[in-house]
Design a protein around this ligand. Sequence first.
Ligand SMILES: [Zn+2]
Length: 325
Amino acid sequence: MVADGLLQRGTVTPLAGNPRAFGGPSGPIVLAVDIGGTKMEAGIVDGDGRILARERTITPATPDPEPVFDALSRVVSELLARSPVAPSVCGVGCGGPMEAAGSTVSPLNIHGWRRFPLRDRLTDLVGLDVFVDNDAKALALAEGWTGAARGSADYVALVVSTGIGGGVVLDGRLLDGAGGNAGHIGHVVVEPDGRPCACGGRGCLEAEVSGTAIAAVTGRPAAEADEGMRRRCGTFVGRAVASVANLLDLQLAVVAGSVALGYGNDFLRAAQSEIDLRCGLDFARTTRILRGGLGADGPLVGAAAVARHRAVVVAGSGVVEDGGR
Ligand SMILES: [Zn+2]
């Protein structure tokens, strides 16, 4: 295993070395694991981001940590038993928050896991090096690798779903922050007198636009929201993106997730209009928001990208695969 210190603080390294240093276009075969509050999925992902095999299961709703890990163990073991090739490393995308670079995880939507030692438990199970990161940061890496941000060194990726997550790639590097939690765009304030947020604040993007928030406001499932609500959600997402674009000098936002994708063009047009309204500085004026390019494959490709990315970081280059060219 790699020393924790490297994983915690080694990501902001000089932009040096070969971005394809770890495996290049035909990189390692990765055992990719996506852990969410409603489902868990494992896949075998090749060096070009193709999913060769996959298995999924329901995430048990229980306050006991072991049944959740047992279900994960079964799905991983079943996948490995029928995999056409043997993976050489394991990458994991998991809901946050997490501690010590993913050594332990406390996903808000998995009540049984609080400081659960996911990395060590998976290492014991599969016998590979295991790299864990936030699922939205994983998606950001995936979009830069084979998705809508491919070829871009500066972008933010958002997942607008039951909750809202995000990840930022700047100067070709995934931002981690002091605790690995950089990119929490769900808690950018978009409506100062808005709804109370689970974080203790008010009017956060997540409090206004998450599937949970929309259902609470409308009294109906988020998927049934009318055009006015879809546009309102787009406006708020555009407002948050504009703040990020102005702050970080990036000109691309990629948005995925069941709410954002389900709301389609009404949502995206409203988001772009708000960005245009609020990005008036010369460097920010060309900021665009695009639909994510990976659909249902995003989480597994993201988990694989976590393993590729962390291995590159440890090798001494912090450059995101392909996104750093
Ligand atoms: Zn908040």
